[in-house]
Design a protein around this ligand. Sequence first.
Ligand SMILES: Nc1ncnc2c1ncn2[C@@H]1O[C@H](COP(=O)(O)OP(=O)(O)OP(=O)(O)O)[C@@H](O)[C@H]1O
Ligand SMILES: [Mg+2]
Length: 353
Amino acid sequence: MSNLALHQITKRFGAVNVLHGIDLEVRDGEFVVFVGPSGCGKSTLLRIIAGLEAASSGEIRLDDRLVNSVSAADRGLAMVFQSYALYPHMSVRQNLAFGLENIRMPKAEIEARVMEAARMLLIEPLLNRRPGQLSGGQRQRVAIGRAIVRRPGIFLLDEPLSNLDAELRVVMRAELAALHERLDATMIYVTHDQTEAMTLADRIVVLRDGRVEQVGTPLELYNKPANRFVAGFIGSPRMNFIEALVDRASLDVGGRRHGMTGIELAPGTPVTLGVRPHEVDITDVEDGTLALEITLVEQLGAETVLHGKTHLGGNFTLTSPGQGRFAAGDRVGLALPSELHVFDAQGIAITPR
Ligand SMILES: Nc1ncnc2c1ncn2[C@@H]1O[C@H](COP(=O)(O)OP(=O)(O)OP(=O)(O)O)[C@@H](O)[C@H]1O
Ligand SMILES: [Mg+2]
């Protein structure tokens, strides 16, 4: 186990700045997930921590020691790549042992570590096969096993499940969570899948365009998103956004009123309201704060997802429990909850709940 501290990390590729001063502390044994859209700098940041890429400026500390100029091999970290990067001509056993043989570890110790990892990952029967003779999930386990045998201070995982089909991802996600428990290891995990982030993380770091937007536990981010970007990124289906105007003790939502206290903004100030899909109640068209014309109905069995257009012209998605009796073309009203997420013109949360 190890802890990690990043201070004002920047990264430039030629003239392009991709990381703009990242600060972060990861505690011993913590499972931290970097999440954000494609190209926001997740892999670059992970590779800088690993020592595979040099930061342009800033400090990287491992267990309170500055490691900027320490090579990847000497940082005591192990990285699992999206591509697995297994050696195709070697058996699973050789793939697991290779890194340890390189550092001239005694044979008996290598054998013990390989067997321990194989047992933990349920790949003992596969030790004599080659990667080409394994399923995606099995290859994935070998890649993780190769990290485990090194007993790293920190596991760095870059989208390790993205090559797997949806069902296997869910299984492997649970296995990873269990493995984290068992190893009591510090893990830093990169994904652009917010569900993976929500289910695995002790803390999530939301990145956007090379900056940290917010750091917090999954529920902190879900319940109190600091801004519109985080609000829209965390939670599925996505949060809905509605334009409104502050109007004394209420809000003006496209000509309809929504009573709301606790907003201390001048009447006439434009705001954006954030509403999660399960937070609205369906009413008669005239009674809702929003009128919605349903354009698409998705029956999932346990719940129904309704997509539509509001009287303001924006898209809106809501979920209703059970097998709703709605059809495309129906018009309904939507009652908004009394507590809403409110964002200012810059997208910053005004009354985080
Ligand atoms: N070696 C490089 N040279 C120039 N630009 C690079 C290099 N590596 C990455 N970049 C750029 O840096 C930015 C961040 O890339 P990075 O791979 O870290 O994104 P990411 O968040 O991991 O995205 P994804 O989810 O698609 O994997 C991108 O705009 C990318 O094009
Ligand atoms: Mg990446």
